[in-house]
Ligand binder design. Structure first.
Ligand code: OGA
Ligand code: NI
Length: 362
């Protein structure tokens, strides 16, 4: 990545501050009570703790989560080996308009280039995604993973890790449902044909960490994210109480959990999907692995009936997850100068503005 191309430079208001606030901030939640053989999750104190963290921060870390450390170490080591290869090797599995999964080093967030390279894979292979933006077109594309030759263990490491992530994600979704006063299995049906994916992130050292970001500010558009970060640090979360960027301190073997846009809509904003970003580092490279839990493409995302009433009417119009996602994907490939589609486009107060803007997706 060498010299700093202007494509990486953030507008002044989005550049990171030199002094970092490393508050203990985001809650650390111990999940050991879930490790009992009994399958039912009904620990009131834990449910309350999760609800509180979702409401106040939208982010928390979990320990004693039941994911074997060796599975995490295996995928982390395989990721390091993959990214350490020369660019031409990595580009053999690069993603393009046809093969949408694999290696990519020109990711943009809000039209500014991120100082990182990624490798994407879906948890279910194949994964089905709408072929076009046309709301009446039911045709889907099949997405298949691309696996590199090296390191040969990458595939199995990813597949095994994905299974662990799925187990943890479902436990967390049960806790979140209970914390909203819903039956524990309320969200389960949405994930039958899930479009969840895993991203291996590599953030190389950057000569201009004051101008560029490893990953620009954004919210995650899925339901829930489970992130493994290494011990370098750099993830910052926008604190809801005052808008300050707070560094998430690396905690060995912990996972960072955050609520995504879909939970924000399902919960009618009881829980919000909070902005976060990754600062760049001039000395140390950094690795991270997010798992994004995302429903089936045909899911119609809207505030749950149980969580809305006359006093608390739905704040969003329904949208089709697959069409929303395809809209984003296409605008990424075409590098459209418009802002990517956001859930705010479905906010009910904003409906009249958006119609003027000619947004047609439903
Ligand atoms: C993401 C993300 C954080 C990190 O990929 O959406 O927020 O630490 N990653 O890499
Ligand atoms: Ni994110």
């Amino acid at each position: 990545m060498g010299e700093v191309d202007p494509a990486f430079i953030q507008a002044p208001e989005h550049r990171p501050k030199l002094s970092v606030i490393e508050a203990q901030g985001i809650p650390l939640i111990d999940l050991s009570v879930l490790n009992s053989p009994d399958d039912t999750i009904n620990d009131d104190a834990l449910v309350a703790e999760i609800g509180d963290a979702c409401k106040r921060w939208g982010f928390f870390q979990v320990i004693n989560h039941g994911v074997p450390l060796e599975k995490r170490q295996r995928i982390e080591e395989a990721a390091r080996k993959f990214f350490a290869q020369p660019l031409e090797e990595k580009r053999k599995v690069r993603r393009d308009e046809e093969k949408v999964l694999g290696y990519y080093d020109t990711e943009h967030t809000k039209n500014v280039r991120d100082w990182k390279e990624v490798f994407d894979l879906t948890v279910h292979d194949p994964t089905f995604i709408p072929a076009s933006l046309d709301p009446d077109d039911e045709e889907t594309d099949e997405w298949h993973n691309q696996w590199p030759e090296y390191p040969p263990e990458l595939r199995e490491a990813c597949e095994e890790y994905a299974k662990e992530m799925e187990k943890l994600a479902f436990k967390l979704m049960t806790l979140i449902a209970l914390s909203l006063g819903l039956p524990g299995n309320r969200f389960q049906g949405f994930f039958k044909d899930q479009t969840s994916f895993i991203r291996l992130n590599h953030y190389p050292p950057c000569p201009a960490p004051n101008l560029a970001l490893g990953l620009g500010r954004h919210t995650d558009s899925g339901a829930l994210t489970i992130l493994a970060q290494d011990n370098v640090g750099g993830l910052e979360v926008k604190r809801k109480s005052d808008g300050d960027w707070i560094r998430v301190k690396p905690t060995p073997d912990a996972y960072i959990i955050n609520v995504g846009d879909i939970i924000q809509v399902w919960s009618n904003e009881a829980y919000e999907s909070v902005e976060h970003r990754v600062t760049a580092n001039s000395e140390r490279e950094r690795f991270s692995i997010p798992y994004f839990l995302i429903p089936a493409h045909y899911t119609v995302v809207k505030p749950l009936d149980e969580l809305t009433n006359e006093l608390n009417p739905a704040k969003y119009r329904a949208y089709n997850w697959g069409k929303f996602f395809t809209t984003r994907k296409l605008s990424n490939f075409k590098k459209l100068s418009v802002e990517n589609i956001q859930i705010s486009h479905f906010k009910i107060q904003e409906l009249s503005n958006k119609l003027e803007g000619g947004l047609t997706i439903t």
